[in-house]
Design a protein around this ligand. Structure first.
Ligand code: SAM
Length: 174
């Protein structure tokens, strides 16, 4: 009997942790879901990310985009994340495998961020967040910079390209 109670407590605790991890950031702009490998491939290649780029991942999660952009493409990457457990994971990954000199992790709200230095902005957020970001993109992003988004478009913008298989939208600022 006591074993069953223990099991029920452990199962409840597990569910609470999972629900917290996935849904805690809902109110900020998106829950947690890492971009699959194939999607990250498409995002990085469509945006033509290279060593000269400064990539901002707005809502960096656990780093699916951040570390591949830095390691495989040689870009300087800034990952911004609001949820503290994911920030800890990002910092641990940076500490363990780096490249620390090219990866910056910021704990904070992406809507309060100045990303004027970005040449590429990567996003995997929800529609309301995309709507809210649009004027900031228009005000801050330099000519020639790219916005690459998985799943949701930037409302009102015409994509430079769209990959229906991975649902990756690319926008190049005029
Ligand atoms: C769908 S996940 C994408 C994670 C990562 N970019 C990827 O593609 O694997 C969205 C992430 O954005 C974060 N997020 C949501 N709203 C945010 C905000 N206002 N500021 C910073 N991060 C936010 C969430 O915590 C979550 O980790």
């Amino acid at each position: 009997m006591s074993f069953l109670i223990l099991l029920a407590v452990a199962a409840t605790a597990f569910v609470i942790v999972v629900v917290y991890f996935v849904f805690a950031s809902f109110a900020f702009g998106a829950g947690y879901q890492p971009a699959p490998r194939r999607v990250v491939d498409t995002m990085l290649s469509r945006a033509d990310v290279g060593p000269a780029d400064v990539v901002f991942d707005l809502g960096a999660g656990t780093g699916a985009i951040v570390f591949r952009a830095a390691r495989e493409r040689g870009a300087r990457v800034v990952g911004v994340e609001v949820e503290p457990v994911r920030v800890a994971v990002l910092r641990l990954r940076r500490w363990l495998g780096g490249p620390a000199e090219r990866v910056t992790i910021r704990w904070g709200n992406l809507f309060a961020l100045d990303f004027r230095e970005a040449t590429v902005v990567a996003v995997f957020l929800w529609p309301a967040a995309m709507e809210r970001l649009r004027p900031t993109f228009e005000a801050q992003l330099r000519s020639g910079s790219r916005v690459v988004s998985h799943w949701h478009p930037v409302p009102g913008w015409t994509p430079t390209s769209f990959d229906p298989e991975t649902r990756v939208y690319l926008y190049r600022r005029p």
